[in-house]
Design a protein around this ligand. Structure first.
Ligand code: HAM
Length: 424
């Protein structure tokens, strides 16, 4: 028997209604905030990710699904979406008419990490990216969008962490300070941290090895080394968040696992998730568009991890499952023929209707109506056909009434559609 590839999963019908509900909420919100959807491919040239995410990140060093295609090109299943969105912004000159663009994209990403709860090798992200604006209020507005979404889902135990990673002017200074800090403590860090310390010493804050985490406790803070412009930018982001009454924690260790960030970075953490507690992350990447060959336009964005969000919402999946409005329990070949026509006419009127195709007894058809969670059952046998009226039963209250067959569809639509009984 074939099995799923390790780290991959199916999203089963019992859960998809909740996924659709969540995606519906976020699409509406993104569009209210002025975003348009961009659909991008799952495969890109490997070099795009190496150049944007950074050659010395865990993602690029260890986690990408990369292969050589039959034409000899090195291709990679996208580990994240920002690089592709930037590629698309540049390739289609989306900046030409107006460099300010707000784009969102929803879809699967691939990282070959060690699978565990909340960590998959194929996972889903909702991405929002804003191009062309330096203003710190844009960063705050994106965070507001993210937190409004979380509020709409009525999630609790959520905390926002923010930091600033400075810019090409002030970050080198901080990197030097970190290098000196590391130089005196090389025995306390893992081989990955030591290997990366020249090129990218900020990675030590991101290392998951407990000893490295411990060893960084006394490390210098980038917030002490920001240049005047970056400091002012960060102050403004905080002021706007205060204005929105969004609580946050300043976390100078928040360097994120991707190298393109400048200035603001943020993550949303959820208590209930355990070790993999980041539900969303993002920040500013003012140099990325230019670094990938585009115009000198700034960017800022975030990605929500949908799988983790779903774990937080797990208990609610059942209430979003779509159940039939009506189950027609028809007995005998003539009635089943009539029932088959009614089913199609009712569906044309948006009444979700099911019937039996296995010639089962009334009792077992009613059992099935119950199992499917139908709001109503329409019972019709040869006798009802002769008498010209079927019986409509409300499956919750058990009340029954006669429905004349000559206008059955019209009457059932009127009866069932306005009511929400069993309409989920
Ligand atoms: P990221 O922090 O790597 O950022 O991923 C964002 C979110 O994706 C994480 O907070 C987490 O919820 C989810 N996620 C990441 N890896 C996994 C995994 N293996 N299994 C399940 N969920 C996962 C980015 O990807 C950036 N592109 C975000 C961004 C957009 N920055 C600016 N714009």
């Amino acid at each position: 028997m074939f099995k799923l590839v390790r780290g991959f999963k199916d999203i089963l019908p019992a859960d998809t209604a909740l996924w659709q509900h969540v995606e519906g909420i976020v699409r509406e919100l993104l569009e209210d905030f002025g975003f348009s959807e961009l659909r991008i491919p799952i495969l890109e040239q490997t070099e795009l990710f190496a150049r944007s995410i950074g050659a010395s990140t865990d993602i690029v060093e260890k986690e990408m699904y990369t292969f050589t295609d039959r034409g000899g090109a090195s291709l990679t299943l996208r580990p994240e979406a920002t690089a592709s969105v930037v590629r698309s912004y540049i390739e289609h000159q989306l900046y030409a008419k107006d460099p300010v663009r707000k784009l969102y994209t929803i879809g699967p990403m691939f990282r070959r990490e060690r699978p565990q709860k909340g960590r998959y090798r194929q996972f889903y992200q909702i991405n929002a990216e804003v191009f062309g604006l330096h203003d710190p209020r844009v960063d705050a507005e994106l965070i507001l969008l993210l937190m409004t979404f979380i509020d709409r889902l009525e999630l609790s135990g959520i905390m926002l962490h923010i930091n600033s990673l400075g810019c090409p002017e002030c970050r080198p200074r901080f990197k030097d300070a970190l290098k000196s800090f590391l130089a005196g403590r090389s025995e306390q860090f893992c081989s990955d941290c030591l290997r990366r310390r020249h090129e990218n010493p900020l990675r030590i804050f991101d290392c998951k090895v407990p000893a490295c985490k411990e060893a960084t406790m006394e490390a210098p803070s980038i917030l002490d080394d920001l240049c005047e412009a970056c400091r002012a930018h960060f102050e403004n982001v905080k002021r706007s968040l205060d204005g929105f009454e969004i609580p946050y924690q300043i976390n100078h260790r928040l360097v994120r696992g991707l190298d393109y960030y400048t200035r603001t970075t943020f993550e949303v953490l959820a208590d209930a998730l355990g070790a993999q507690d980041a539900v969303a992350g993002g920040g500013r990447y003012d140099g990325l568009v230019k670094a990938l060959g585009g115009p000198d336009q700034p960017g800022v964005g975030f990605a929500i991890g949908v799988d983790r969000l779903m774990e937080l919402l797990a208990g609610r999946a059942q209430s979003f499952q779509k159940r039939p409005h009506l189950y027609i329990a028809a007995l005998g070949p003539n009635t089943q023929e009539r029932a088959f026509e009614w089913v199609q006419d009712l569906r044309k009127n948006k009444v979700r209707t099911e019937m039996d195709f296995q010639d089962r007894s009334l009792k077992s058809q009613m059992r099935r109506a119950n199992k499917l969670g139908a709001g109503y059952a329409l019972i019709v046998g040869e006798r009802e056909l002769d008498e010209g009226a079927a019986v409509l039963r409300n499956m919750t209250t058990k009340e029954e009434e006669g429905i004349p067959l000559d206008d059955l569809v019209g009457l059932v639509v009127k009866k069932i559609k306005p009511s929400t009984a069993g309409s989920r």
